[in-house]
Design a protein around this ligand. Structure first.
Ligand SMILES: [Zn+2]
Length: 130
């Protein structure tokens, strides 16, 4: 049984973050469909079918191109989310603020009172409270 499954999956694309995203968006749409607006469930089903199709597809280069296009869109969002997460976990140790002249994001250890900050990017000097 396991060998037959392996043979079936051989040469097929498998799964990636795009498929995961399709399933998550599909689940959200299913939820919206069941609570608010039922025609949305068709869209959810279409996403599930697309994810299945991608998993078992033998056209690997085409799937990789889709994935690359997806990553161009998703990577900046993921980077932004990761920064938020780091900031949130460090919120007690560091205060985050923007340089008033160039908008560069900066951070300083908390609990130092009023400090003078020199921006690393534009060398603007300003005061802030930590
Ligand atoms: Zn600056």
């Amino acid at each position: 049984m396991y060998e037959r499954l392996q043979r079936f999956l051989y040469g097929r694309y498998g799964t990636d973050k795009l498929n995961l995203a399709l399933l998550i968006v599909g689940l959200l749409l299913s939820l919206i469909g069941s609570l608010l607006f039922w025609p949305v469930t068709f869209l959810a089903d279409a996403l599930y079918i697309w994810a299945l199709f991608r998993t078992f597809s033998r056209n690997i280069p085409a799937r990789q191109r889709e994935y690359a296009a997806f990553l161009r869109f998703w990577s900046p969002i993921e980077g932004w989310l990761r920064t938020r997460k780091v900031r949130f976990s460090q919120r007690k140790q560091y205060k985050y603020f923007k340089c008033p002249s160039c908008r560069q994001e900066l951070r300083a250890p908390r609990g130092r009172g009023k400090i003078e900050v020199t921006c690393q990017k534009c060398h603007n000097v300003f005061r802030t409270k930590t």
